[in-house]
Write a protein that binds this ligand. Structure first.
Ligand SMILES: [Zn+2]
Length: 88
């Protein structure tokens, strides 16, 4: 183990609370369209698309951060998001 591997600390929020990692998946449902143009029955359900979007979040003050990785592929805190940011 190299010294830098031993020094890992879990990412912390600016408020001093430890961050947790969230993964958001795109959950798609395949639906029929009825003859009346309404949303109909589910043809295929619950499949995940793509890599999840990952964020680090503070459960105390609700700050969001990007997820980064260091040279040992360990989770580190990235850029801070504004609190109310909506993910597109
Ligand atoms: Zn915080």
């Amino acid at each position: 183990m190299t010294p830098s591997e031993a020094e890992y600390q879990r990412p912390m929020c600016h408020c001093g609370h430890e961050l947790v990692l969230f993964e958001e998946y795109v959950n798609e449902m395949c639906k029929a369209i009825t003859e009346q143009g309404k949303i109909g029955t589910t043809l295929k359900r619950g499949f995940f698309k793509n890599e999840p979007r990952r964020t680090l979040r503070c459960l105390k003050c609700r700050n969001y951060y990007d997820v980064g990785f260091d040279e040992h592929n360990r989770v580190v805190r990235g850029r801070k998001h504004s609190v109310r940011r909506v993910h597109a």
